[in-house]
Design a protein around this ligand. Structure first.
Ligand SMILES: Nc1ncnc2c1ncn2[C@@H]1O[C@H](COP(=O)(O)OP(=O)(O)O)[C@@H](O)[C@H]1O
Ligand SMILES: [Mg+2]
Length: 164
């Protein structure tokens, strides 16, 4: 801890408007992380983008799975690591699920693809948003930072960027 009482890893990302996370949760199973996804989904609207950060296996896709199911997606929700983007139909909105892990930077084609995926009435979840952050910053409603906390424990730090 530093004198100001915050752990170094709680520093807001560069460009963030607020301070630290609004809400820090610990889950102890994949099902609990899915339930957290379902909970946040209730606060999302068409046009929102959710950024998901955290190491491999931290639970980003698991959280999206719960959120997408809560939004009415019925199919299997799998990692779009290789496809870059998956789309699901929710009950009232379409859902875009991106994973930009494999993108080192953004080429023009990548920008077009991301624009296309985020166009219209979608709620979008973006894992490893790194290279696309500038492009999508103004649509970010929520940032979720997931971290391993031993065995099946995960810590989720939620930072809402849009008033809800
Ligand atoms: N509390 C938990 N929350 C989320 N996933 C968990 C948890 N405990 C164990 N797991 C397991 O960890 C893995 C998380 O994978 P995934 O969601 O694909 O991570 P990421 O998308 O961050 O790489 C899954 O195999 C899941 O079953
Ligand atoms: Mg993933």
């Amino acid at each position: 801890m530093r004198p100001d009482g915050r752990a170094p890893d709680s520093d807001p990302p560069v460009g963030a408007t607020g301070g630290g996370p609004d809400d820090v949760r610990t889950t102890t199973s994949a099902a609990a992380t899915e339930a957290l996804g379902a909970e946040v989904a209730r606060r999302l609207r068409a046009g929102d983008v959710v950024l998901l950060r955290g190491d491999l296996g931290a639970g980003k896709t698991t959280l999206v799975r719960g959120a997408a199911a809560a939004l009415g997606a019925t199919g299997r929700i799998t990692s779009p690591t290789f496809a870059l983007a998956h789309r699901y139909d929710g009950a009232a909105v379409r859902i875009a699920h991106l994973d930009l892990y494999r993108l080192a930077g953004l080429g023009e084609d990548d920008e077009d693809l991301i624009d296309e995926e985020l166009a219209g009435d979608v709620v979008a979840f973006v894992e490893w948003p790194g290279p696309a952050e500038a492009l999508i910053a103004d649509r970010v409603a929520l940032e979720v930072e997931l971290a391993h906390a031993g065995d099946d424990r995960r810590e989720a730090r939620l930072t809402w960027r849009a008033a809800r």
